[in-house]
Design a protein around this ligand. Structure first.
Ligand SMILES: Cc1cc2nc3c(=O)[nH]c(=O)nc-3n(C[C@H](O)[C@H](O)[C@H](O)COP(=O)(O)OP(=O)(O)OC[C@H]3O[C@@H](n4cnc5c(N)ncnc54)[C@H](O)[C@@H]3O)c2cc1C
Length: 292
């Protein structure tokens, strides 16, 4: 399948990107790695008249230390992140999540900004970014605003991004000492997209959970935090029986997707299973003596 005819521009710098977005207004789409947008254009699910390539905007590239963690530019590819030991050392769980995304070709082109802006309910990286409490930086000619990632996704392929905004960067705080993280994914075998993915970041001390951050993807309309589960876990003793009982809480309030890839009931089963596994692995990585 070929996409509908479109024009292509590659402005230099963010101001050039903003000017192009304003000029072509309703008929424009920005493109980053093109790993989601181009397939959608080939299927004619997206038919922008003009593609504005973000590759010429140097402001969107790079990784910087912040007072509490790391800022990752939106055009940073999955592979660039995989090759950043400094960032990976600070952010447990990231390396494992990146390795489970698609294949080397997709990881070489796909970007962190695209993964977030696309609003795909099955994307992997947003789940781990939610568990790490990431914040999205959105830039427009009006300035820069910060939006916690757990307030950014609004529905299937829908986000809080305004028409004149681009994702500039993602701020990811370093979790407290004693945090272990894990990402467990059950995937659709052809696309590798998640039928269910659960990211867990557990901070453990004295045999108890001090802080729990969990998020899921692939199950509902958006990747989202599992806040009821986080609350149930806080203060809990670290042992298999307690975790197994609490993992059931993951499904509370979840309205599962039901489609040709998996039924709603199956997705909820996977959610309980992936949650239990992610909790166990995160706890053992946090250094808690895991009592099976
Ligand atoms: C074969 C295949 C397998 C895949 N498997 C997986 C998988 O297992 N797990 C997974 O998570 N993903 C998977 N993907 C999707 C992949 O991760 C995408 O690359 C990613 O979701 C989008 O990143 P991108 O840079 O390619 O964005 P693009 O495709 O360029 O853009 C996607 C959307 O985001 C917008 N956008 C991009 N960047 C910005 C920005 N900075 N500011 C504002 N808007 C922006 C675009 O306008 C577009 O609407 C797969 C893709 C393919 C082709």
């Amino acid at each position: 399948m070929y996409p509908a005819e479109f024009a292509y521009v590659r402005p230099t710098g963010l101001d050039g990107v903003f000017a192009a977005i304003e000029r072509y207004a309703d008929d424009v789409k920005v493109v980053a790695g093109g790993q989601s947008l181009l397939p959608m254009m080939k299927l004619r699910l997206a038919t922008p008249g003009v593609l504005v390539d973000l590759a010429g905007a140097g402001e969107l590239r790079g990784q910087w230390s912040t007072t509490d963690g790391v800022r990752v530019g939106a055009m940073t590819t999955y592979r660039e992140l995989q090759r950043s030991p400094r960032t990976l050392d600070l952010l447990p769980g990231l390396e494992e999540t990146l390795a489970l995304i698609a294949d080397p070709q997709v990881r070489a082109r796909g970007t962190i900004g695209g993964a977030v802006a696309h609003g795909d309910p099955t994307a992997d990286l947003p789940a781990m970014l939610l568990a790490l409490e990431a914040v999205v930086l959105l830039a427009s000619p009006r300035g820069i605003r910060r939006r916690p990632l757990d307030e950014f996704f609004t529905g299937v392929y829908s986000t809080d991004l305004a028409e004149d905004e681009v994702v500039l960067a993602i701020d990811i705080p370093q979790p407290p000492p004693g945090t272990g993280a894990a990402y467990q994914k059950y995937e659709q075998p052809a696309s590798h997209l998640a039928l269910c993915g659960v990211a867990a970041a557990l901070t453990i001390g004295g045999g108890r959970v001090h802080r729990a951050r969990l998020a899921m993807t692939g199950v509902a309309a958006t990747p989202r935090r599992l806040t009821a589960l986080e609350e149930a876990l806080t203060g809990t003793q670290v042992n298999a029986k307690a975790f197994d009982e609490i993992a059931v809480t993951a499904v509370h309030g979840v309205e599962p997707l039901d489609d040709m890839h998996a039924s709603a009931a199956y997705r909820l089963q996977l959610l309980k299973l992936a949650t239990r596994e992610a909790l166990q692995i995160a706890a053992s990585r946090a250094g808690a003596g895991w009592a099976a």
